[in-house]
Design a protein around this ligand. Structure first.
Ligand code: 5GP
Ligand code: MG
Ligand code: MG
Length: 183
């Protein structure tokens, strides 16, 4: 799906497919440099990070292993509470591994800060984070995101893996969902 296909549902276009791809290529080049000689494990957070993982990982020049986790934040409504439940765990033993969490977006930061600590507690040698989007105004906890893509305003965005009610994940670009869609 192209941004033009859902124009009426978006109040603003934030990033075109080209801008996203360019940013992921930049992040991958830095990760390639930082992890030279290492054997990192990419951990994708389902489902939103599927597109980021697909494109970021293919920009890497090094070999990278891949695994997936699904987590859910308890709490009512659309805001996460910081209480996290693992819906699907990793298949990989993290002992001594250099882990790179691959995420779509950091909103409150509660989910990621919990996840980072959880993976560290399993004996990983290091845990860093790649996130395509970050909402700085919404941060409830400081999360050290070493590889961050774009900073965005505190609005609800969809596309490129990010959904509203499981829709818009297959949109190639990213935009702000128009209020008439959810109200
Ligand atoms: P956090 O714990 O940092 O508040 O956010 C956890 C999850 O909420 C993100 O990984 C993402 O799945 C979802 N989320 C946060 N902000 C947005 C947004 O603007 N749009 C969409 N579609 N999901 C979001
Ligand atoms: Mg996510
Ligand atoms: Mg969602």
């Amino acid at each position: 799906m192209e941004l033009s296909d859902v124009q009426a549902d978006l109040s603003e276009v934030l990033f075109t497919p080209e801008q996203i791809d360019e940013k992921l290529a930049e992040l991958a080049a830095v990760v390639d440099r930082d992890y030279a000689g290492k054997d990192p494990l990419l951990v994708g957070v389902l489902k939103g990070a599927v597109m980021v993982m697909a494109d970021f990982s293919r920009h890497l020049k090094m070999q990278a292993r891949m695994d997936w986790m699904a987590v859910s934040s308890y709490g009512s409504g659309t805001k996460s509470s910081g209480v996290v439940r693992i819906l699907k765990d990793l298949d990989t033993d993290l002992h001594g591994r250099d882990v790179i969490i691959v995420e779509d977006i950091i909103d409150s930061g509660l989910t990621l800060s919990w996840l980072k600590q959880n993976l560290e507690s399993r004996g990983a040698a290091s845990v860093e984070i790649v996130a395509l989007l970050r909402k700085p105004e919404a941060a409830k906890v400081e999360v050290d995101v070493k590889y961050a893509g774009f900073e965005i305003p505190d609005a609800f965005v969809v596309g490129y893996g990010l959904d509203f009610d499981e829709r818009y994940r297959n949109l190639r670009g990213i935009g702000v969902l128009a209020p008439h869609v959810y109200s």
